[in-house]
Ligand binder design. Structure first.
Ligand code: SF4
Length: 495
């Protein structure tokens, strides 16, 4: 894609929201690059794509605030285009063009692959394009991707959700669950591994109902085991399971597949059975705690994280006390806690007994204090233990100040570690083994005394990082892989 001066048009994708959106943004970037666009490096993009989220609080304000700022940028930048996609676009449709008529393209969650064509049509016809499909056009994973990491990749196994949690907008925006065929998933994982990745995260709104569409209730456990058989794939993670559908065959597959990591994100949402019923979440707190017991019996070092909503409509002090009780018993390593806020279009939005903001805030602070205490206690228990880390790229925001590097442990914990003088510096994607020396609620530190030898294992992911660096310096490189390369979603079409 070139502009009138035959220069490739540049793009920028801004992502609001969850991992699913981040992954979708890789697909949007890949589709644009496959169509000839190049990524803007100076922040002055010809095309700005906003991939929106309707689930998180304030999504509307954030979108329209950003669009307001972009209006003046566009006035100064001839030929600039603005596209809005994702969940909020799926929900608001034409409202976006009414509120922000300077937007050129609005597209939904089901037709991401059409973005380059819609941009071109908007330019050609000099008219905004709105295209929202109500059902999935192409499975997102068959679109090209521009992967953000050499060592780790996300792989969609399903999109959509058949549940009807009353606080959640996903079912109406992403539609019914669509499962991808196991062979396609495994081929994509193999393609990632061939490109140097050593870790994958399997993504779905509700991963353990995977297979429901093609009639195999044991499909997710089988998929974990099959992925575990891919040589060179060191770490497999997945997000998110639903407690109601979490079966023991998945626990067995996790325990018996060495490359499935001892990490589980299991959304609790509330500890009160009454509130769970109102949320239309079909498990109860005892069932939830029973799952954690069985996971820990088979995988004793599992780090379990969760999501919790505070102040759901009708939540009483007794209900909230139940959440505190379950959190105390569950010993989560960390929790994403949310203050309930009305999401238009969800059943909970019109429920009576909305909890006043001040009450929600006060409960939220009590819950956060409890979870911080537990996270810190759990992290302190790891002081002195050894942890194997994949060296990360860009996860430690303070690394340049502290002269540390950052990595993720097998259980998903973030560890900042020092490289004692005299050691080589590991590359992103290499594996180091360190001793934990300090703990904070949200991270661990591994500082080794001067003179200590750092235990580094060079990996294919580190090699891929080297190749990417070489490529970005324009050094000819046969392999042609690495950060920023566009991989085709269809493995058979890979270079
Ligand atoms: S399981 Fe519930 S919260 Fe999760 S995506 Fe489906 S409806 Fe939403």
């Amino acid at each position: 894609m070139t502009d009138t001066a035959a220069r490739p048009r540049t793009y920028e994708v801004r992502t609001f929201g969850c991992q699913m959106n981040v992954h979708d943004s890789e697909r949007l970037s890949g589709s644009l690059e496959a169509a000839g666009y190049s990524r803007a490096i100076d922040g002055d993009a010809d095309v700005v794509v906003i991939n929106t989220c309707a689930v998180r609080e304030n999504a509307d304000n954030k979108l329209y605030g950003t669009l307001g700022m972009l209006a003046s940028v566009k006035r100064e930048h001839e030929g600039m285009q603005i596209a809005v996609g994702g969940c909020l676009a799926q929900k608001d449709k034409g409202i976006i063009l009414e509120k922000a008529p300077w937007v050129d393209v609005v597209f939904g969650t089901h037709n991401m692959g059409s973005l380059p064509a819609l941009l071109e049509r908007a330019r050609h016809n000099d008219e905004a394009q709105l295209e929202i499909l109500e059902s999935l056009e192409v499975f997102p994973s068959t679109l090209p991707a521009r992967r953000e990491s050499t060592y780790s990749g996300w792989v969609s196994i399903s999109v959509g959700c058949n549940n009807t949690c009353t606080f959640c907008i996903v079912p109406s925006l992403r539609g019914k669950e669509k499962d991808r065929r196991p062979g396609d998933i495994l081929a994509e994982i193999q393609a990632l591994v061939d490109d140097g990745a050593i870790e994958v995260t399997l993504l779905g709104q509700n991963v353990n109902s995977y297979g429901v569409e093609f009639g195999d209730r044991g499909a997710f456990a089988k998929l974990l085991r099959a992925a575990g058989g891919i040589p060179g794939l060191e770490r497999i993670r997945f997000t998110s399971p639903h407690p109601a559908a979490f079966t023991d065959d998945v626990i067995e597959a996790m325990a018996e597949t060495p490359s499935v990591m001892p990490q589980l994100h299991m959304p609790l949402q509330s500890g009160s059975d009454r509130t769970l019923r109102a949320m239309r979440r079909s498990y109860r707190s005892e069932k939830f705690l029973g799952i954690l017991d069985r996971v820990r019996a088979r995988i004793p070092d599992a780090a379990i994280t969760t999501d919790i909503i505070v102040g759901f409509p009708g939540e009483t002090e007794e209900d909230f006390a139940e959440t505190l009780r379950v959190v105390e018993l569950a010993r989560f390593s960390s929790a994403f806690t949310f203050q309930y806020s009305i999401r238009e279009g969800t059943p909970a939005a019109t429920m009576p007994d909305q909890v006043p903001k001040a009450v929600v805030q006060e409960r939220y602070e009590r819950l956060a204090a409890l979870q911080d205490r537990i996270s810190w206690e759990e992290n302190r228990a790891l002081i002195g233990a050894r942890a194997e880390l994949i060296v990360a790229n860009g996860e430690g925001r303070k690394d340049s100040d502290t002269h540390r590097l950052t990595g993720r442990a097998r259980d998903g914990r973030l560890v900042h570690f020092s490289v004692p003088a005299g050691n080589e510096t590991p590359r992103p994607g290499d594996v180091v083994t360190v001793a934990i020396s300090e703990a904070a609620p949200f991270h661990l530190i591994a500082d080794a005394p001067a003179g200590t030898r750092l235990d580094i294992r060079r990996t294919t992911a580190g090699d891929a990082w080297d190749r990417a660096q070489a490529a970005s310096c324009a050094v000819p490189e046969d392999a042609g892989v690495g950060i920023g390369r566009v991989s085709l979603g269809l493995p058979t079409l890979r270079r």
